[in-house]
Design a protein around this ligand. Structure first.
Ligand code: PEP
Ligand code: CO
Length: 448
């Protein structure tokens, strides 16, 4: 197999790419993007890969989450802080339940391009290109909004940089200190049915930290700091290519726009441009796998992306749906085990469980999401595999996009605060509850 270079994908068929009216502007933008400084470093990327390698051995657990599609409008302080808060709270709950260190990866600072099932959208007899994410076009329904504009790639890079800068400042500046989890409380936790359980948990963690510090007569600095990594779908290949660089003293190419790019279920075609691009970079890679993948195809894909069987290199993010996982997952686990390939298994319980209400509103049912997750834990445990991570679409806001959960949101509630630009997200309370329920399940597994 020939070497892949950042631009070798251009020789292959690239699914889900926008059609730009002006090629020259696109070329100018890509050339500008190629010169702008990177957003992350190869050190951070290698640190994440080493942590993911530990997760493949059952020593850590991955929590990946954020918006389906980030929006330029929501690149503002509250939305970012709230996203960080909910991920921190969930990770603490999962650490408490699993007794494993959690790797926190946000779907943020670059999640601006979306794969769409329809090329066009028709409203009242007017047909325009589908909205493909803020990096490509705009959600409004006018010709000007929907025409792909290459300059938005630069705006996306800038928003990603602003988001990441703020996240880095918050996490290194003490906000993420485990001694002060009360910093992460969102305004409405006090009125939540989950408030007591959360309070009990942070009291117990606080006590453990103080106890260990008393024994060692020192503060636990290592405990006090938490890391955040970034991820987004590596969909827009010009954007990814422009940020793919060589670095001093390390071989190969790194995508320096994010720590952890993933390839979506719709673009993971063997022989296609996305796999050609992704196989050539040194980052840890995620691949989404849905019901259509066969065991043979999966093994071929693993061979292409991870020919040297490097631990931490490849995370398989499975997303089948609560009614299909039992049929789809076991043959894939068996094929991977038989081949001796090292992968990290992660469950995305969101994308196989999207449904439409009678009014055609996209939603997801909390119970279906939970059911897929519980089955995933059970199947991996039964087959002596390890479910090493979970992947959610969620937000730190009090939205009404998914139904169910402790507050019993119903279809009638959806119109209240339905804000997503793409898929429905768990709101703050639903996310917290989901983390508590899976933490209980992990605590049971740890005692088996
Ligand atoms: C997504 O993660 O938003 C997505 C489109 O997922 P998938 O590729 O699994 O359908
Ligand atoms: Co989505």
């Amino acid at each position: 197999m020939l070497c892949s270079t950042p631009a070798s994908w251009l020789e292959k068929k690239a699914a889900q790419q926008p059609v730009y009216p002006n090629q020259k502007t696109l070329n100018d933008v890509v050339s500008r993007l190629s010169k702008l400084p990177p957003l992350v470093t190869s050190w951070e990327i290698e640190t994440l890969k080493a942590q993911l390698a530990e997760a493949t051995r059952g020593e850590r657990f991955l929590l990946q989450g954020g918006d389906c599609a980030e929006s330029f409008d929501e690149c503002e302080s509250n939305a970012i802080v709230n996203k960080l808060k909910i991920l921190l709270q969930m990770s603490l709950i999962l650490e408490h339940g699993s007794k494993k260190r959690v790797i926190r990866v946000g779907r943020f600072a670059g999640q601006y391009a979306k794969a769409r099932s329809a090329e066009n959208e028709t409203r009242d007899g007017v047909t325009l290109p589908s909205y493909r994410g803020d990096m490509i076009n705009r959600p409004g329904f006018t010709e000007a909004d929907r025409t792909p504009d290459p300059v938005l790639l630069l705006r996306a890079y800038e928003r990603a940089a602003l988001t990441l800068n703020f996240i880095r400042s918050l996490t290194t500046g003490g906000f993420a200190d485990l001694h002060h989890p009360e910093n992460w409380d969102l305004g409405f936790i006090a009125h939540s049915p989950l408030a007591d359980e959360w309070q009990r948990m942070i009291n117990s963690i606080g006590e453990s930290i103080r106890f260990m510090e008393a024994l060692n007569s020192t503060t636990i600095a290592e405990f006090g700091r938490v890391d955040f990594f970034t991820s987004h779908e590596g969909l827009h290949l010009f954007y990814e290519q422009a940020q793919t660089r060589q670095v001093p003293r390390r071989p190969g190419w790194y995508n320096l726009s994010t720590h952890f790019p993933w390839i979506g279920d719709r673009t993971r075609t063997i022989g296609g441009a996305h796999i050609e691009y992704i196989r050539g970079i040194a980052n840890p890679i995620g691949v989404k796998i849905g019901p259509s993948i066969t065991p043979n195809e999966l093994i071929e894909l693993i061979d292409i992306i991870n020919p040297h069987n490097e631990p931490g290199r490849l995370t398989l993010i499975h997303r089948f749906g609560y009614d299909k996982i039992e049929q789809c997952l076991p043959p894939l686990i068996e094929a991977v085990q038989r081949s001796g390939k090292i992968v990290l298994w992660c469950c995305d319980p969101m994308h196989g469980n999207t449904e439409l209400t009678i009014d055609s509103v996209k939603t997801r049912n909390f119970n279906h999401i939970l059911s897929e997750l519980e089955q995933a834990f059970e199947i991996h445990s039964r087959t002596k595999s390890y479910l090493g991570g979970v992947h959610f679409e969620l937000t730190g806001e009090d939205v009404t996009e998914c139904i169910g959960g402790a507050r019993g949101l119903s279809e009638a509630d959806l119109h209240r605060t339905y804000k997503t630009l793409c898929d429905p997200r768990l709101n703050y309370e639903q996310s917290l509850e989901m983390a508590m329920l899976i933490a209980r399940r992990m605590a049971k597994l740890a005692h088996q």
